[in-house]
Design a protein around this ligand. Structure first.
Ligand SMILES: NC(=O)c1ccc[n+]([C@@H]2O[C@H](COP(=O)([O-])OP(=O)(O)OC[C@H]3O[C@@H](n4cnc5c(N)ncnc54)[C@H](OP(=O)(O)O)[C@@H]3O)[C@@H](O)[C@H]2O)c1
Length: 295
């Protein structure tokens, strides 16, 4: 399949290019910079310049590339620019999808997030309600998802927290600074992680998945008091004091009482696994300790 990979130099994109090529796809990667375009061609793909905020040039790039599928892995999270990231989700995705529609693209795979669900007492499945009250976060993510759904064949990947090379959770990166500064709390908040290579593999597989939303998270949503000490040890940084309390995921509505917001509940990967996604790193418990060897 001829695939346009928007964000080919990001943490997921740079792992996804060789996976797509190895699977026999033709790949056109996008970048805004000369260095980024050169990195894409060095990886064996074609490259096209694309700034997703420049609507006309985005439409032109899609028309020139004429892909059969678009994979949307654009974020501004490398620099932790959250406002710009929300703009990518709303305005950037709008431009990308309009370009894809005009170019007759029939398929899209798009990156979303898995911490969008309303409060609950178990890891969230894809059919559960969303926490629309968190408009600043959930609104742009849903704008992205509904724009993607305008393409005939569409899969949205709701990723857990990415860890591994190129992410915030890697030796010397943001989480290491947070630990050193005592900013990461080892409390009751539950998160789902996913290794960045498993996230990339899901995007490859999703080119063949049925339409819809799929959580891409590892097997073990866990409270921070369990994963933070393991991460600290893996990154060689000091571990914060652990907040004691109930070890089970607390019941819906009990969030504040047990030190967790109700939406801090993690997500279920049952659907992704049923679709054939088998993470190489099924849990952060083994993935975090392996990070030093990946650096
Ligand atoms: N689920 C999660 O936890 C999650 C998800 C995403 C990111 N993050 C965190 O952020 C880290 C960095 O993420 P990342 O690699 O996705 O971020 P990134 O390197 O900032 O950006 C990813 C891609 O988006 C492209 N891009 C950004 N703005 C663009 C624009 N206006 N027009 C066109 N392309 C644009 C970049 O292309 P060029 O620079 O080449 O133009 C780059 O290839 C992650 O590894 C992770 O730690 C977390």
């Amino acid at each position: 399949m001829r695939v346009l990979l928007a964000g080919a130099n990001g943490a997921i994109g740079r792992l996804l290019v060789p996976m797509l090529l190895e699977a026999g796809h033709e790949v056109v990667g996008t970048s805004r910079s000369d260095a980024g375009l050169a990195a894409i061609t060095a990886a064996g793909a074609d490259a096209v310049r694309l700034d997703v905020f420049d609507r006309e040039s985005t439409l032109r790039a899609l028309a020139a590339a004429r892909p059969e599928a678009v994979i949307h892995q654009l974020t501004a999270l490398g620099e932790r620019r959250f406002d710009e990231n929300a703009r990518i989700r709303r305005e950037g995705t709008r431009n990308l999808v309009d370009g894809a529609l005009k170019a007759g693209v029939g398929r899209i795979v798009a990156q979303s997030i898995s911490w969008v669900y309303a409060a609950g007492d178990k890891p969230a499945t894809e059919d559960e309600p969303l926490d629309l009250a968190r408009e600043g976060l959930v609104g742009p993510a849903m704008a992205l998802e509904s724009a993607a759904a305008e393409i005939e064949r569409h899969v949205v990947l709701r990723y857990g927290l990415l860890y591994g090379p190129g992410t915030w959770y890697f030796p010397g990166e943001w989480a290491a600074d947070q630990l050193r500064e005592g900013q990461l709390k080892a409390g009751a908040a539950v998160s789902s992680f996913v290794h960045v290579a498993d996230a990339a593999r899901a995007a490859l597989l999703a080119l063949e998945w049925p339409d819809g939303v799929v959580n891409v998270v590892d097997d073990e949503p866990a409270p921070a008091r369990e994963w933070v000490p393991v991460l600290a040890s893996a990154l060689g940084e000091p571990a914060p004091p652990v907040t004691t309390g109930p070890s089970e995921i607390p019941p819906a509505g009990a969030g504040a009482a047990v030190g967790r917001e109700g939406w801090e509940r993690g997500a279920s990967n049952a659907k992704a696994r049923a679709l054939g996604w088998t993470p190489a790193w099924p849990t952060w418990r083994t993935g975090f300790p392996a990070l030093a060897a990946e650096s």
